[in-house]
Design a protein around this ligand. Structure first.
Ligand code: ZN
Length: 141
């Protein structure tokens, strides 16, 4: 009787910590907090499966190591960095221009559209920043 209670208690504690681990993994996945590496950062194996990226700004797929299951992100290549910068400039420029034109027209109905354009403009600037970092420090982002 006493033993059963003890085992039950240990089992429950094990489940709780397992759940916590899952929550931690999920939270890390939500922010895209994976290592950037050319090969598995955990065991060094180059053999990996391609998986759909969870990040918002991503050109290629993420990798899952076939040896140990560690998920990581291959670094952005030079051509990818150039694509990020070009698209980012186009997006930020177009949105910025549109906001300026709307401000000059003085129509209050344009405010919701300006909010959307402001958001897209920030996304464009983030893309430029990512591309610039990938060019300046290859292999790290
Ligand atoms: Zn591995």
């Amino acid at each position: 009787m006493r033993d059963q209670t003890g085992v039950g208690g240990a089992g429950a504690a094990g489940d709780a910590s397992g759940l916590q681990d899952k929550l931690v993994v999920r939270a890390r996945a939500a922010v895209g907090d994976y290592s950037v590496a050319r090969v598995c950062p955990s065991c060094g194996l180059a053999d990996a499966k391609r998986v759909r990226p969870e990040r918002f700004l991503a050109l290629g797929s993420d990798r899952v190591c076939r040896g140990c299951g560690t998920r990581y992100i291959p670094p952005t290549r030079a051509w990818g960095a150039v694509v990020f910068i070009l698209i980012g400039f186009l997006l930020a420029g177009a949105c910025g221009l549109s906001i300026v034109l709307r401000l000059r027209s003085g129509n209050p109905l344009g405010i919701p559209a300006m909010a959307v354009e402001g958001f897209l403009g920030v996304v464009g600037l983030l893309a430029v920043r990512h591309g610039t970092r990938a060019l300046l420090r290859p292999g790290t982002v």
